[in-house]
Design a protein around this ligand. Structure first.
Ligand code: G6P
Length: 612
């Protein structure tokens, strides 16, 4: 979603702002722009569409100045257009000393009311954005004689909703940043101060960064940033050095980030297991929990998107292996429900970014019910990680493709270990635990083997890419994988797809079966193989086109002749949901490649959904 950058340095900044915006591209956006300050004049450049369009404009006229702000916009209020692109400028009374430029990530929920109020003061609006009220209010405050910091502080008091903001002023070589609800970090290196939505944007500019806390305001001017907390007190930034790994975000030999990230899975799943599994004892190994795992009565798992499907798979493990009642809930639904929760329950929130607004709000709602919260995140400094009583880090590294792949499998690996920890605390025998632990230990090798199916999957995907609809079937812990497979296909190839539990076919989806719609059946050998195999047979008996994804044992015992088969490596039933993520990811990836879509930045989607 919207990305923010601001730089104050001793050199011309337009090129550096553009370079930082490129680092933020992965978040998803539909227009972009920047504003710079030179001799008390704000210069802007904005363009609809990809950054290439903005870059083109900068070639003919790069806005001058050594201080500036930049933005990639993911439209919420007002369609994507040059007019609605940020920075949004206001200049009350047409007086240049009142001019202010604003970039914003988030939603101002009371913007309509504020707009009416400002319109009554004869202020003209030039965009359809909610952001413009912020610029107008601030300009009004400047016109009333307030200096920039007070003008911003007064504006913020009027805003409802979530935001990260950066302001640039014509009267003063100062940038002000503010955070409430959406992430923002400040960075610094020699002669340069900067603000950015994430570490990726700041990595090329800053040597150290500090994340703003809720309600913080930061002023960039002079040699060091001045930081104020929600109470207006001057506080010290908690600087952290930027690790070299945060700079490693190239595609390397791969065509797309998504492809690279699919291929990284054996390594990053291995690293995640290294953190949470003791190889000698084949037992889960966690830092001390701030709650008693042995006396938990119920586990509530919650997340959005692909992370939600990881929680659905984990639900099977926590119930099946640890024997604890467990439910997986979509965070955007959970936050508006009134779930029956008690002090002996644990809520686990799973999020790659740790910044997904609905997940954060669900976690805050659960906190009000007095329930212990555990965050499973890929960003250790994220808001979710900082707000929950405990956070555990998946070791996926930077995930750039909007469609999540390695974050999903590392979440599963971590949640698998966590299920074993709960099982141990619940008295499950060492022998059983060792069997599960050993299945997890072998998983990275199985993932490597599964990647050798690449070419075969690409060939099948060429056929499937011509379909308009597709169905994914699974049973048991393969059902969430069917959901994830369908999500992957629709989000990057734009083929409509649905995931279904195989047993539900007779209750509706069988009516869809024809000789055009591929039905992808996730059917590893195991206790439910006979059931899902029958579902595949029923599809084929009605002229349906089946892709059967199974292992040697499953394929040998399957009676019919599916149109396509994929033979997966064999593995323990416990880790099947992790292993079977690979073929569904590869299938979606190659289907998208065959269709020529924008694999890493699918239309209308954002990597981190920081608004509701
Ligand atoms: C967006 C992304 C998905 C991701 C979901 C949840 O929809 O495109 O890839 O699974 O958000 O994100 P989170 O950061 O909370 O895991």
């Amino acid at each position: 979603m919207c990305g923010i950058i601001a730089i104050s340095s001793d050199k011309q900044v337009a090129a550096a702002l553009l370079a930082a915006l490129k680092q933020l591209e992965y978040r998803g956006y539909d227009s972009a722009g920047l504003a710079t300050l030179e001799k008390n004049k704000i210069h802007t450049a904005r363009a609809q569409g990809k950054l290439a369009a903005l870059e083109q404009k900068l070639k003919t006229r790069a806005p001058p100045g050594s201080t500036g702000i930049g933005h990639t916009r993911w439209a919420t209020h007002g369609r994507p257009s040059e007019q609605n692109a940020h920075p949004v400028i206001a200049e009350v009374g047409g007086k240049s000393e009142n001019a202010v430029a604003v970039v914003h990530n988030g939603i101002i929920e009371n913007h309509a009311k504020l707009k009416q109020e400002l319109a009554r003061q004869n202020l003209a609006f030039h965009t359809d954005t909610d952001t413009e009220v912020i610029a107008q209010l601030t300009s009004l405050n400047l016109a009333a004689g307030l200096p920039p910091l007070e003008a911003v502080t007064e504006t913020l008091k009027r805003l409802e909703g979530a935001f990260a903001l950066a302001f640039l002023f014509s009267r003063d070589d100062t940038v002000i940043g503010a955070r409430r609800g959406s992430p923002l970090a400040v960075g610094q290196s020699d002669n340069t101060l900067a603000l950015g939505s994430d570490v990726l944007a700041l990595a090329p500019i800053a040597r150290q960064i500090a994340y703003l806390e809720e309600g913080d305001i930061v002023v960039l001017s002079g040699d060091t940033p001045r930081l104020f907390n929600a109470a207006g007190e001057n506080i010290q930034p908690q600087w952290k050095a930027i690790s070299p790994s945060s700079l490693q975000i190239g595609k390397g030999q791969y065509q797309h980030f998504m492809q690279k990230e699919i291929y990284e899975q054996p390594a990053v799943v291995g690293e995640t297991l290294d953190s949470f599994l003791d190889p000698a004892r084949l037992r889960a190994s966690f830092p001390e929990f701030p709650f008693d795992t042995g006396s938990l009565r119920k586990v509530l798992l919650s997340a959005c998107g692909t992370a939600y499907y990881a929680t659905v798979a984990a639900q099977y493990w926590i119930e099946g292996v640890a024997g604890l009642p467990c439910s997986a809930e979509i965070a955007s639904e959970l936050r508006y429900r009134d779930p029956a929760l008690g002090g002996t329950d644990l809520a686990v929130f799973v999020s790659q970014s740790g910044e997904t607004m609905d997940t954060l709000e669900a976690a805050r709602m659960v906190a009000r019910a007095g329930v212990s919260r555990l965050a499973v995140v890929n960003q250790g400094e994220s808001t979710l990680a900082r707000e929950c009583e405990m956070s555990l880090l998946t070791r996926a590294g930077a995930e750039i493709g909007v469609a999540s792949t390695k974050a999903f499998t590392t979440q599963l690996a971590l949640l698998g270990c966590f299920a074993l920890e709960l099982a141990r605390a619940g008295g499950v025998s060492d022998e059983r635990l060792r069997a599960y632990g050993s299945a997890l230990m072998e998983l990275p090798s199985r993932l490597y083997e599964a990647l050798t199916l690449d070419e075969r999957v690409s060939a099948i995907a060429a056929d499937i890419s011509r379909a308009r609809h597709a169905l994914y079937l699974g049973r048991g812990a393969m059902y969430p994988l069917a959901l994830e497979g369908a999500l992957k296909l629709k989000e990057i190839s734009y083929i409509h797809a649905e995931g279904y539990p195989g047993g539900e076919m007779k209750h509706g989806p069988l009516a869809l079966v024809d000789d055009e719609m591929p039905v992808i059946v996730l059917a590893p050998s195991g206790p439910l193989f006979g059931k899902i195999a029958s579902n595949a047979e029923e599809v084929m008996a009605r002229g349906g086109r089946v892709l059967l994804i199974s292992d040697a044992e499953g394929l040998a015992s399957f009676g019919g002749e599916p149109e396509w088969v994929l033979e997966m490596p064999s593995c323990d039933v416990f880790v099947q949901p992790i292993l079977y993520a690979l073929p569904v990811q590869l299938l979606a990836y190659y289907a998208a490649c065959h269709r020529g879509t924008d694999v890493d930045q699918p239309r209308n989607l954002a990597k981190s959904v920081t608004v509701e």
